[in-house]
Every structure is written in structure tokens, then in C-alpha cells.
Design a protein around this ligand. Structure first.
Ligand code: SAM
Ligand code: GLN
Length: 286
């Protein structure tokens, strides 16, 4: 069977199942089965696909049809300038989170002779910490997660990308395993409230780890805790940067203001024009 027919048929089935990017998903899964790049076969769509490759493609297509995200099927996801290993113990890194990386990089515009210390709370696949380490050779990162399985994945990604010498991984609840001070603290914490969680798409709700998403009744539990505890680990004038859900800007700003410990609170929008990152500076003590 030629590539063209395989892709067309799978894309039609995916579209009927309500999958948002049916053709792209079919192409990524076929490239994974053939162990090649999409472009390799898109250039030559009449290329025949061997029976055994077609059979393994059909199995993966069935998993996709049931709702499993492409990244969990292939075990990898592009983020920033690299490809990360992912599995169902880590959130699949989202493009929106690259906005958090961009904002942190703006704050890192020190002379590149100065070491900068950064903490990433809830590192998951390691996406944010690895992007920052790759961009700032003098950055020293600490990356935490409550999940041992997530940390193992993040460590593996750091090894693959040869960034392990820049990052220390610690397991524990938020700041509990951390006893250092930082210039920048970043986090994409869980931020989904109870009602919203029930309404999440099947691919998220049935496949991604609930502990990476659920954040109490109103989705703000982690903001309350992180905003309260971060000043105890920030250098004077250090920055806290938090990814937020697109409707959480007002309540999270209220949490920052109510703490009285921050100045320069601002919101950065993502590329869809939605509020996505809040940053604030720790007030100087004394
Ligand atoms: N930083 C990754 C990213 O942006 O793709 C993952 C973000 S995911 C939304 C939140 C992460 O926080 C998950 O990996 C989860 O295991 C971790 N987490 C949940 N509760 C935590 C806690 N109390 N302390 C530390 N990490 C926690
Ligand atoms: N952006 C994720 C989603 O849409 C939520 C991630 C989080 O809770 N930090 O499902």
C-alpha cells in the first residue's frame, strides 16, 4: 500500500473521531513506524509501505483513535530546541510553556560571566529546566518534583541532552527538599480546578498524570503555596515566574498582592493572546 493511501485513510478516521490535527498525527505515527522523518515520505507519497510496518502502524492508529496522545505513543515530544522523552508519568510539555522560558531568559540578561541560580518546581519531563540550562551555560539549576517517576524521566532527558552537569534533581513536596537561595524561581504547577478537570479532553484526562494537573477546588492551591513560600528561597530582588491558566490572571495577581512580599507584578500573554505567565520580584528585606 502506498504512503499516500495509508495517510489519507488514517487521517479520515482520525478526523471522524474528532481528533484536532488528523493528518499531522497520521504522518507522525507513520514516520515513527518507518523510523524516518515525515519529509522522507511526503516527498515521495507513492512509496510502498511493507506489510509488517503497515501492521504496526495500524496498531498505533488504533491507540490514537481511543484518545491516547501522539507523544505518549511515540514516547517523545518537541519542546524548545530539542526532543524530550515522555511517558505517562510526565505531562506532555506544551508550546505555551515556552513563553515562560522566554520570560525567564529576558531576566537572565546578565553578563555571561556571572553564575545564575534557578529553581524549577514541578519539573515533570524537565522541559523548563533543560531549556534554561541549554540557553544559559552559566546557569545552575535545581529541578524538583514530587513524583519519582517524573524525576527519573527528567534525569534521563538531562543525560541525553548532556545538560546533567548543570542540574540537580530533588524529590519532594514543593520547597520541602530545597535549602538554597535562587535568583529566579520558575514553575508550571498543576492549575486545573475540580470542575474544569472533569471537562478536560479525553487525551488529557484519561492519559496525563492527575497529579500534574489537579490543583484543588478552584485550581489555585499551588499558587497560594508557592507565592507564600518562594520569598524564603529568593535572593533580594529575585524573580518568581509562574505559568497560569488563561483565566487565572486576576486571582493569581490578587494572591501576589495579598502576600505583600512582591513588587513589579506583571502578566505576559502567550501567542494566542491569552494571559499565560505572571512574574513578580521579591521585595528587598530591611
Ligand atoms: N514543568 C513541566 C512542564 O512544564 O511541562 C511539568 C509541569 S506539570 C503541570 C506539574 C508538575 O508538578 C508535575 O510533574 C507534578 O508531578 C509536579 N507536582 C505536583 N505536585 C507537586 C508538589 N507538591 N511538589 C512538587 N512537584 C509537584
Ligand atoms: N496546560 C495544561 C492543560 O491544558 C495544564 C497544565 C497545568 O495544570 N499546569 O491541560
Amino acid at each position: 500500500m502506498p504512503v499516500r493511501d495509508i495517510i489519507n485513510e488514517a487521517a479520515r478516521n482520525f478526523a471522524m473521531a474528532g481528533i484536532a490535527s488528523p493528518r499531522l498525527d497520521a504522518e507522525i505515527l507513520l514516520a515513527f513506524c518507518l523510523d524516518c522523518e515525515r519529509l522522507d515520505f511526503l516527498k515521495n507519497p507513492s512509496l510502498p509501505v511493507a506489510e509488517n510496518a503497515l501492521a504496526s502502524f495500524q496498531k498505533l492508529a488504533e491507540r490514537r483513535l481511543k484518545g491516547e496522545p501522539v507523544a505518549y505513543i511515540t514516547g517523545r515530544k518537541e519542546f524548545w530546541s530539542f526532543v524530550l522523552d515522555v511517558n505517562n508519568s510526565v505531562l506532555i510539555p506544551r508550546p505555551d510553556t515556552e513563553v515562560l522560558v522566554e520570560e525567564a531568559l529576558i531576566l537572565c540578561k546578565k553578563p555571561d560571566t556571572v553564575e545564575i541560580k534557578i529553581l524549577d518546581i514541578g519539573t515533570g519531563s524537565g522541559a523548563i529546566a533543560l531549556a534554561l540550562a541549554s540557553e544559559i551555560p552559566l546557569a545552575r539549576l535545581t529541578a524538583t518534583d514530587i513524583s519519582a517517576a517524573a524525576l527519573a524521566t527528567a534525569r534521563k532527558n538531562a543525560d541525553t541532552l548532556k545538560l546533567n552537569s548543570q542540574i540537580i534533581f530533588l524529590q519532594g513536596d514543593l520547597f520541602e527538599p530545597v535549602d538554597d537561595f535562587f535568583d529566579i524561581i520558575v514553575s508550571n504547577p498543576p492549575y486545573i480546578g475540580e470542575d474544569e478537570y472533569e471537562k478536560l479532553p479525553v487525551g488529557v484526562k484519561n492519559y496525563e498524570p492527575p497529579e500534574a494537573l489537579q490543583a484543588g477546588a478552584d485550581g489555585l492551591d499551588f499558587y497560594r503555596k508557592i507565592v507564600a513560600e518562594a520569598p524564603g528561597h529568593l535572593n533580594n530582588n529575585g524573580w518568581l515566574l509562574l505559568e497560569i491558566g488563561s483565566t487565572q490572571d486576576a486571582p493569581v495577581i490578587d494572591i501576589f498582592n495579598a502576600s505583600g512580599q512582591y513588587s513589579d507584578i506583571s502578566v505576559r500573554k502567550d501567542y494566542a493572546g491569552l494571559p499565560r505567565v505572571i512574574k513578580a520580584r521579591r521585595k528587598i528585606n530591611g
